[in-house]
Design a binder for this molecule. Structure first.
Ligand code: ZN
Ligand code: ZN
Length: 346
């Protein structure tokens, strides 16, 4: 047997020619000269098999990955080491060099390929949703029978913004395309329903409140027959606030603190602390706002009772003594509230 290319008779033949002649045309890798990549101009997501994947990756990394994905190593190549280098950017085209070191049939080989990676810019589905103001949910922030206080709003906005920032790391639709301010409250439009739900949970955990969802059918996807819904979430703060007076299960209470889990109160009948769980908040009845607190005066005091004037008609009212009244003296001005006909000392 001899090599038909060079006449060499000493070596075994590979693909019908000797090793020398075989290696002359052998390539350790296959790679196209031109590679096209479609990336989102806003978030650098890459279009791959009809899907937008891998957002927020630097352009350089996208180019390297595109080359790596396009390389096919021949099976005769052993221990290949591949170095990639971007030589220069010409417009949207990256001129690159692929350096391959490997071993083929016990011969060390070094090859250099030139590859152009073209970055075609487009807008991914998430970014185009964002651009068009797309939203999946609307949080309608309201307070029952009153306006939302500025300090409540500050707290709520802080929670909303914090949640959006946190969610944005994993949810591309965690954004607020608009906030409307109808006179009843605030409407937060939220890109994704998932993030809107997170916001609601965080609001409830920190400031309580009630929420209710009502989905509305927006359109129908003709290809799948599935309905596209937009979810309106009503988030309501109760009419009562800290300092207000409420009734719950026959107890007359002053609200001292509101947290995500409880409405903390002082029972004005026995002066003990009493907590109402939020799930029972609808059973809480507002008796008076704290603006109805009136000044009165202490007219008498004994170990068992304290006497004050009814702020409306100046008749004397005897109240049972309580440790909390120990430091109050006769003649002192005090705050009082009249609830269901009964005067309470605060
Ligand atoms: Zn040969
Ligand atoms: Zn994008």
């Amino acid at each position: 047997m001899f090599c038909p290319e060079c006449g060499n008779t000493e070596e075994p033949l590979i693909n019908g020619v000797c090793k020398n002649c075989f290696l002359k045309t052998y390539q350790m890798i296959k790679i196209p000269e031109n590679i096209d990549v479609i990336i989102c101009k806003h978030c650098n997501a890459k279009l791959f098999q009809g899907q937008w994947i891998d957002e927020e990756i630097p352009e350089e990394e996208i180019i390297y990955r595109a080359i790596e994905d396009a390389i096919k190593i021949d099976e005769l190549t052993e221990n290949p080491i591949i170095d990639l280098e971007i030589l220069q950017m010409r417009g949207t085209i990256a001129e690159c060099e692929v350096i391959v070191n490997g071993n083929v049939l016990n011969t060390d080989i070094n090859e250099i390929y030139n590859v152009n990676v073209k970055l075609n810019h487009n807008v991914c589905s998430n970014c185009s949703k964002k651009e068009s103001g797309y939203y999946e949910a609307v949080i309608q922030l309201r307070a029952d029978n009153r306006e939302i206080k500025q300090e409540e709003l500050n707290k709520i906005e802080g929670i909303v913004q914090h949640t959006i920032n946190k969610q944005a790391k994993k949810d591309k639709l965690a954004y607020i395309p608009q906030i409307l301010t109808p006179k009843e409250g605030f409407d937060y439009y939220i890109g994704s329903y998932k993030t809107a739900k997170k916001i609601i949970n965080n609001l409830k955990n920190e400031i309580g409140g009630e929420s209710k969802e009502s989905p509305r059918l927006i359109s129908e996807d003709k290809s799948t027959g599935k309905g596209l819904y937009r979810i309106w979430i009503s988030f309501r703060l109760p009419e009562y606030e800290i300092g207000d007076f409420v009734k719950f299960e026959d107890k007359i209470l002053e609200i001292t603190h509101i947290s995500g889990h409880n409405i903390h109160c002082e029972n004005l009948q026995d002066r003990k602390d009493f907590n109402i769980q939020w799930k029972n908040s609808t059973k809480v009845k507002l008796l008076e706002k704290n603006t109805k607190v009136k000044q009165s005066i202490v007219t008498d005091k004994s170990p068992s009772m304290i006497q004050i004037l009814d702020p409306d008609d100046y008749t004397t009212v005897d109240l049972e003594m309580n440790d909390k009244f120990n430091n109050i003296n006769i003649g002192q001005e005090v705050d009082t509230i009249k609830l269901e006909g009964q005067v309470y000392l605060l």
